[in-house]
Design a protein around this ligand. Structure first.
Ligand SMILES: [Zn+2]
Length: 69
């Protein structure tokens, strides 16, 4: 589910700044705990996976999987 709080303004991808992990909010799983990330103020918005990769973010294995392997 897209998020409109914290740093998020409805972007497709949410990065966890502390763990350097990227989540796909259109395929979010309960194990992603994205609300906790926003609550902890570790959320970074991304519009594309490429953008996140350039900043060394890794795919969340629950909602994206290891597509880059
Ligand atoms: Zn995830």
């Amino acid at each position: 589910m897209r998020i409109y709080s914290g740093n998020m303004r409805g972007e497709k991808y949410l990065g966890n700044k502390r763990k350097l992990e990227i989540h796909d909010l259109d395929n979010e799983k309960s194990l992603c705990l994205v609300n906790n990330i926003v609550f902890a103020k570790q959320d970074v918005p991304f519009n594309s996976l490429n953008e996140a990769r350039k900043q060394q973010y890794k795919n969340c294995s629950y909602c994206i999987g290891n597509l880059n392997r």
